[in-house]
Design a protein around this ligand. Structure first.
Ligand code: ADE
Length: 222
């Protein structure tokens, strides 16, 4: 899979995608992530990519020309499954959406910044709009990093233990059960006996029951 992320501040996305599981996936060649600076597609020598909004008002708006030029260049090299725009009013990200996106080959993710992007970009160049929650970030970069992390860990081969993503919260409509590690007794705070029993079938049953209980308590709607 290849993900091209377009931004005016690509530095904001670098670090979250350069560590841990995503880093390992990149090193193994399971995902090819490119951070593209929109300013490299600016028309003038000032590298201008934003301008005042027509009709007035506060804030700057990302211009259509650099975005169109950047997307056209990418599309001339390969075909894309989706051209995603990160926006607080987009479709809400959830685990099923992550699963579906992890099966795609080529994705473009465009990050907004400032007041937003020229609406004609959304109308004509974007195929999908995604939000990571009902709150407003300073730009789409952190949201793009969240979407990318969600997708990458679901690509087959990325997680060492293939079953590991399957036991994630939300994967089967349930949140994950509690986990414990040594010591078995910390100042009288004990690990449930069942986990020390060695009875795999009983442990699986207990974990499932815990998941069901937690889901009912914390996410009754899912
Ligand atoms: N850009 C700004 N806020 C956002 C959000 N909540 N989700 C996606 N993109 C955003």
């Amino acid at each position: 899979m290849r993900i091209d992320i377009i931004s005016v501040v690509p530095e904001l996305i670098e670090s979250p995608l350069n560590y841990s599981i995503v880093k390992r996936a990149r090193d193994k060649g399971l995902v090819d992530i490119h951070l593209i600076n929109l300013r490299d597609y600016a028309a003038n020598k000032y590298k201008q990519v934003d301008d005042y909004p027509f009709g007035g008002g506060a804030g700057m708006v990302i211009m259509i020309e650099p975005v169109a030029r950047c997307i056209a260049e990418l599309k001339s090299q390969r075909s894309y499954d989706e051209v995603i725009y990160m926006s607080p009013d987009g479709e809400l990200l959830d685990q099923p959406m992550g699963n579906a996106l992890s099966l795609k080959q080529h994705l473009i993710i465009l990050c907004g910044h400032y007041k937003g992007i020229d609406e004609r970009i959304r109308e004509h160049l974007i195929t999908r709009e995604i939000s990571i929650g009902n709150y407003v970030l300073s730009g789409g970069e952190l949201a793009a990093a969240v979407v990318t992390d969600t997708i990458v860990r679901l690509i087959p081969g990325v997680l060492g233990d293939e079953t590991s993503a399957l036991s994630d919260s939300f994967q089967d409509g349930l949140v994950a059960p509690p986990v414990y590690t040594r010591p078995a007794d910390f100042n009288g705070w004990k690990v449930p006996d069942i986990l020390l029993s060695g009875h795999t079938a009983n442990i699986d049953k207990w974990r499932h029951e815990q998941s069901v209980k937690r889901t009912a308590e914390r996410r009754p709607g899912i």
